[in-house]
Design a protein around this ligand. Structure first.
Ligand SMILES: Cc1cc2nc3c(=O)[nH]c(=O)nc-3n(C[C@H](O)[C@H](O)[C@H](O)COP(=O)(O)OP(=O)(O)OC[C@H]3O[C@@H](n4cnc5c(N)ncnc54)[C@H](O)[C@@H]3O)c2cc1C
Length: 511
């Protein structure tokens, strides 16, 4: 595995060890189990022996978080994801249970569960999705009603990876149906449900397209009795806890797309070097070389964003955008790479004698689980535009007297004190020249005018009533405004709006 310059000595050693162990021990076990569609308990037991389940658990509870952290967990996931589904149970344990208990559990809860998780004796399952709550996960319907020292749970969950083989289920249930709690996202609770809980059982094993042997299931809670001890945080803090875990979850869902990308590249390359058609290796054909080049740059970029996100998470930074980009980009890359690897290998690519066939089917899952690529794009758009707010701000622009075209001013210009609605109309009319066709936000207007919010709204409403301005309203009221044709006429004489490019010759003049 290529290392990064910012990795610690312990992380570099972990990477070397994880690669060697995966090649020598896990790949043979994982590939066999995948062909048998068997949950890879043997692979997990081998990983447990390496202490890898404790990558995110502090030393105090038997883990190695201080040495390895999110970066180390991602390194382990990158390597082990080359070995069939063995990595699945490791991933769900690390981001499904360990992280949430480390960050949200009380001391007794940590003492109870973390050492067993670190030793690889307690396998974790993340339990959010329901039949009627997928991307819109706030719509969870499974109820948790408090009765003394217990919660009574009723409802169904579906799509849980490794559910049939887990010991701990990190669950989110509806604890309040009050509209005011829903509005503030205070309607969910976070619970650790243990295997063997009365009234809790696996309802159905899903027959999936890929992830062979991942034991993906439906779960049923029928008056299941969960002790209040098992609630993480306060009742109503479930959403906060779920969201706080999602960054690490997405980074650790992105990292297991890296191993498959490497496997696809290595099997495609093996083929291209050894397959002769038309008297030459198929790897001599430029289009095949381009395919491999595309796979390689996608792997490089995927690894960069995954390990950058992991590094920031280890520094304690909140990285929703980086985590979302890493999951979206690397899972899309894994899908495209698997598709092209199959193509490079021709008929052999879709034969089960090579892992590329399985990796191709698996790749689709990564674009769906832990937030689909579309949902991640929504998050990147919303949070990304907020993060970049200062950089995205366009400077004030004024018409250059010589060029007659809008040019940015350097420092903001002194504001004019608004004495009446005429001053506002002038600003709106000027915007017709500098940003044609665009409305102004209230903040845009206030960059030019010194005006109170109340006066601004009052003047806009008055201008609108006279037909001099047009307004766009949201639920909160006026948010955008523009001048109308009538307003332009009132604000300035017609010549004011004229513009002639310097190249226009007099004899071409038509006005
Ligand atoms: C292999 C696999 C493993 C999984 N493991 C787990 C697990 O361990 N635990 C768990 O709780 N869940 C798990 N899931 C569930 C997974 O998180 C959900 O499948 C996923 O969040 C999408 O929900 P959905 O399938 O209900 O699709 P839907 O929400 O019904 O979406 C269908 C399509 O509509 C699009 N869409 C929906 N809303 C919007 C929107 N607002 N804007 C744009 N597009 C939108 C989606 O992107 C998608 O393409 C797993 C899923 C898979 C496939």
């Amino acid at each position: 595995m290529e290392t990064f310059p910012w990795w610690s000595k312990a992380q570099i050693e972990l990477a070397e060890d994880a690669k060697k162990f995966t090649d020598e021990v896990l790949v043979p076990i994982g590939e066999r189990d995948a062909l048998l569609r068997k949950f890879s308990r043997e692979g997990l037991a081998k990983m447990a022996g390496k202490g890898w389940f404790g990558a995110l658990i502090p030393k105090k509870y038997g883990g190695r978080a201080e040495e390895w952290g999110v970066t180390g967990a991602a390194i382990i996931m990158e390597e082990t994801s080359r070995a069939g589904e063995s990595a699945g149970g490791l991933g769900t344990t690390m981001f499904g249970s360990a992280t949430q208990i480390v960050h949200n559990g009380n001391e007794e809860q940590k003492q109870k569960w973390l050492p067993g998780i670190a030793r690889g004796e307690l396998i974790g399952c993340i339990t959010m999705t329901e039949p009627y709550a997928g991307s819109d996960i706030a719509g969870i319907e499974t109820t948790a009603v408090r009765q003394g020292d217990f919660y009574i749970i009723n409802g169904k969950k579906r799509f849980q990876t490794i559910a049939a083989a887990a010991d701990l289920y990190m669950c989110y249930f509806l604890t309040s149906d009050k509209p005011e709690d829903r509005a503030k996202y205070n309607h969910l609770g976070a619970f650790v449900v243990e295997k063997g809980t009365p009234g809790f059982h696996i309802e159905r094993m899903n027959d999936t397209m890929g992830y062979d042997g991942s034991y993906n299931c439906y779960l049923s809670f029928d008056d299941a009795k969960v002790p209040t001890f098992n609630r993480l945080g306060q009742e109503g803090e479930g959403w906060k806890i779920m969201m706080s875990g999602l960054n690490v979850e997405r980074i650790l869902n992105a990292s297991p797309t890296l191993g498959p990308q490497r496997e696809c590249i290595r099997y495609a390359q093996q083929h291209l070097e050894r397959r002769i058609q038309f008297g030459q290796p198929t790897g001599s054909i430029a289009t095949n070389q381009f395919k491999l080049a595309d796979m390689i740059w996608k792997l490089y970029l995927s690894r960069l964003i995954v390990y950058y996100g992991a590094y920031c998470a280890d520094l304690g930074k909140d990285v929703p955008v980086e985590a979302a980009i890493s999951k979206m980009f690397s899972s899309d890359s894994a899908m495209e790479t698997a598709l092209e690897a199959v193509q490079c290998m021709g008929g052999n690519g879709i034969m089960k004698i090579y892992p590329v066939e399985r990796l191709f089917r698996d790749a689709k899952h990564a674009q769906i689980a832990a937030g689909t690529s579309e949902i991640l794009k929504l998050l990147i758009y919303r949070q990304g535009t907020r993060n970049l707010k200062n950089d995205l701000k366009v400077p004030q622009r004024v018409i250059d007297p010589e060029l007659g075209l809008p040019l940015p001013v350097g420092k903001p210009l002194p504001k004019k004190t608004a004495k009446g609605e005429e001053d506002l109309l002038k600003v709106l009319a000027e915007n017709y020249r500098t940003n044609p066709g665009l409305y102004m936000t209230l903040d845009d207007i206030k960059e030019w005018l010194d005006i109170s919010d109340a006066d601004l709204i009052k003047y806009l409403e008055s201008l609108e009533k006279q037909g001099l301005a047009g307004c766009y309203r949201t639920r909160k009221g006026i948010s955008l405004a523009r001048v109308t044709y009538k307003g332009l006429q009132k604000a300035n004489p017609p010549e004011y709006y004229k513009y002639r490019p310097s190249w226009l010759k007099d004899d071409q003049d038509f006005w």
